[in-house]
Design a protein around this ligand. Sequence first.
Ligand code: NUP
Length: 217
Amino acid sequence: MRKFLGEKQTGLIFAADLPTFEDNARVLDAISEFVDVIKVCNPLVMREGAATIRKLAERYSKPVFADLKVADVPHTSAQIVKIVADNGGSAVMVHGFVGPDGISECMEAANDKVGIIIQLELTNPGGKIFTAPIANDMARLAAEMGVYGTQAPGNRPNRIAEIRGIIGPEPVIVCCGVGAQGGKHSEVMQAGGTYSIVGRAIYNADDPVRAVEAVLI
Ligand code: NUP
């Protein structure tokens, strides 16, 4: 399996969720040396266009993970994956509940240029109601299908450990919910997570560099 997100160093994925490219660049200019991967989500891509993926990748020479939460019928999901690939993205998030046909069409569209990461369990309280009960089944499916990685809730370390047990040592696990949603980077790493995803705890801080250092302790 290719290392779509590169070699792990700090294990930090920065969630570039500020409204514009320039807003995010101001923070990234200060902290990029600590960041392994830059993550973009739907609002930024909708505002700035898919070209913002390549712009970030080139400006910082980092992999960009398109957290677009793909969740449609296979032929539509595949188009989104293709757009990410065509715009220089390194990985894309696909909801596990689309099922095996949806995941396999996304893998075909990715054509080994983009890693498919399967969203399993939402980190918000509501995520416990509908996504948590099916998350382990989706993790099993992800492992069977040989995807590049899965998501896990960084604010529920026991769930990261459980998901790691299901998918085995190879796939990456990206863990959102660190910082503003209560998760801790050290606990994510201990539980078997590969990366912590952190947004607000860094970009809302008065001193983003000190905030990164505090996250990485
Ligand atoms: O379950 C999820 N929870 C979550 O927060 C799946 C995600 N992809 N995210 C994303 O992680 C969310 O969209 C945001 O980009 C980031 C968390 O940001 P913050 O809570 O660190 O500010």
